[in-house]
Design a protein around this ligand. Sequence first.
Ligand code: RP5
Length: 188
Amino acid sequence: MLILAFLVEITFMEMLMDYEDKPLVGVVMGSDSDLPIMQQALDTLADFGVSYEAIVASAHRSPDRASLYASSAQERGLKVIICGAGWAAHLAGTMAALTILPVIGVPLASSPLNGLDSLFSTVQMPSGVPVSTMSLNGARNAALAAIQMLALSDADLADKLSSYKSQMAEVVAERNNNLVAKLKKKNI
Ligand code: RP5
């Protein structure tokens, strides 16, 4: 049994080393059932042209895989890890305990408590082991936070973030114009 577990983890490491485009961001989710929300992080990273790898590893169901991933992350060239998990979500905290890389946690609302459990489990880290915790289901913001970290030493990425901010402001201005026009029509 022990040998089998060891072999599974060796294969896992080989799979990680096989990524051609050396990923900068690791996106870890506690279960594949987390993908519908975590996909927003993957899409955002792709939109900004940031290389990433995505895996399933659970702090509870596969603690060896989760710890192997975290403890090898820096050596493999990752710069930041995003962890999305629901229920008693110890994934981000476990990862943060095992690496000096910044860890961003996404508490997922997948439980009967609607995420209050995962929010507290992710955000309430004891002093000394920070997890930068996003809002419930805040996978897109997790990717943006990771991109901001990378942009500190990447001028192209910083430019892309500036354009992104300007576009957001333009959308708000457009919405304002639409609203004003609508209200004028109604003579309000
Ligand atoms: C957590 O348990 C996962 O992150 C997921 O949100 C939740 C439920 O997992 P499944 O039972 O759907 O695999 O570890």
